[in-house]
Design a protein around this ligand. Structure first.
Ligand code: UD1
Length: 367
């Protein structure tokens, strides 16, 4: 923990895998200007989903671990609410910073708001308008309660303004996850050489990730999607790093894996980015991967009917394909012929976390 008599005290919250690549640059940018306490809620807790990311992204050990673990949405949310309130009561920070849209971010925001502690939301304003996504509920609640709305793109600003947020709360800072991507790109390309060797990938390959309940919880749906992707890829290898939720479903239902699909454990950030960087195309239902592929210029097929990140479709490489297996197969077949085309999205320049720190430090220290 960095300490200085006049430095503001800030609690930064990390909870689940997609948080860690956002927390790393924000922590780095804040640490020499504020007294930062890093709290890990423990929503993701094992080495593959958490520990390896802390090592890979060089995030220091958390100052506080809440140890919440898995459970239903209510259990996770309630666990963070109670434990984080206890932390806040003891630490009494000047501000709390949360990133992204996971249950931990929303619960931490709620606990802080009830204690009158202002919250900064990094990645505010994204909207899929799909209320069946738990993340959409988390995004809306977190934004409504936050004092600082730090956004990645102009469409997020427009969403917040349309919901009645005053312009003074909204700050377009860019994409902190892209800070992590750009700072690790060289290391990622080196790591990829080893990953490709381990997987015997000597020709063209693609990458797939699926973990959304709507795509993986029903074995027939999962089976049909896997088969549509491999048929569309016409025998070329599809590497599938498998999220724990998906792994449980595959094992539970004894789902057959198509021959050209290679299942691997979740990869650390740097190795994953390296693998994506060398892929012909990516098939995913993740939010963050739509952004990473856009910056890398790799064609991305998103197996969802909506996205909270429309800028990845308008300026990036993302295509919303939906989940109809025939349409997925056709989209994959056509992606095999698409060229690499890196996107240039305003403020996705590797310096977003510095702008986050500038906004917060300006307000917390009166200039
Ligand atoms: C959570 C986030 C989602 C994010 C995803 C990325 C919410 C609402 N969802 O969904 O936005 O895209 O993480 O990974 O916050 N598990 C492990 N080890 C772990 C963590 C989880 O084995 O370290 C298992 C759990 O036991 C559970 C499953 O993975 O069975 C799902 O984990 P959970 O955190 O509940 O939700 P995700 O589907 O990962």
């Amino acid at each position: 923990m960095t300490s200085s008599t006049h430095a503001p005290r800030i609690t930064l919250v990390a909870g689940a895998r997609p948080n860690f690549m956002k927390v790393a640059p924000v922590l780095k940018a804040l640490e020499h200007r504020a007294n930062v306490t890093l709290v890990h809620t423990g929503q993701h807790y094992d080495d593959q989903m958490s520990g390896s990311f802390f090592r890979d992204l060089e995030i220091r050990e958390p100052d506080v671990s809440l140890g919440i673990g898995s459970g239903s949405h209510a259990q996770q949310t309630a666990g963070v609410l109670v434990a984080f309130e206890r932390h806040l009561t003891e630490a009494a920070p000047d501000a709390v910073v949360v990133v992204g849209d996971v249950n931990s971010s929303m619960a931490a925001t709620l606990a802080a708001s009830k204690l009158g502690i202002p919250v900064a939301h990094v990645e505010a304003g994204l909207r899929s308008r799909d209320w069946a996504m738990p993340e959409e509920i988390n995004r809306v609640v977190t934004d409504r309660l936050s004092r600082w709305l730090l956004t990645t793109s102009a469409d997020a600003d427009a969403n917040l303004l349309a919901e009645g947020e005053p312009p003074s709360k909204i700050h377009l800072v860019g994409n902190v996850m892209i800070d992590s991507l750009l700072s690790r790109l060289e290391a990622a390309r080196s790591a990829a050489v080893q990953v490709r060797a381990e997987l015997n990938l000597d020709g063209a390959y693609s990458v797939m990730t699926l973990h959304r309940p709507s795509n993986v919880d029903e074995p027939d749906t999962l089976r049909a999607l896997m088969s549509a992707v491999t048929s569309g890829a016409d025998g070329s290898v599809v590497v599938f790093p498998v999220h724990p939720r998906t792994r449980y479903r595959l094992l539970d239902a004894n789902v057959n894996v198509p021959r050209s699909m290679v299942l691997v454990d979740p990869l650390p950030f740097t190795a994953f980015i390296g693998l994506v960087d060398g892929a012909r195309f990516v098939v995913t239902d993740s939010g963050g991967i739509q952004e990473e592929t856009s910056v890398l210029g790799i064609p991305c097929l998103t197996l969802r009917t909506s996205t909270e990140r429309p800028v990845t479709c308008t300026l990036g490489t993302n295509e919303l394909v939906g989940t109809d297996p025939d349409r997925v197969e056709a989209a994959v077949a056509s992606a095999t012929t698409r060229d690499r085309a890196p996107a240039n999205i305003p403020l996705w320049d590797g310096r977003a976390a510095e702008r986050v720190a500038d906004v917060l430090l300006h307000d917390l220290t009166d200039g």
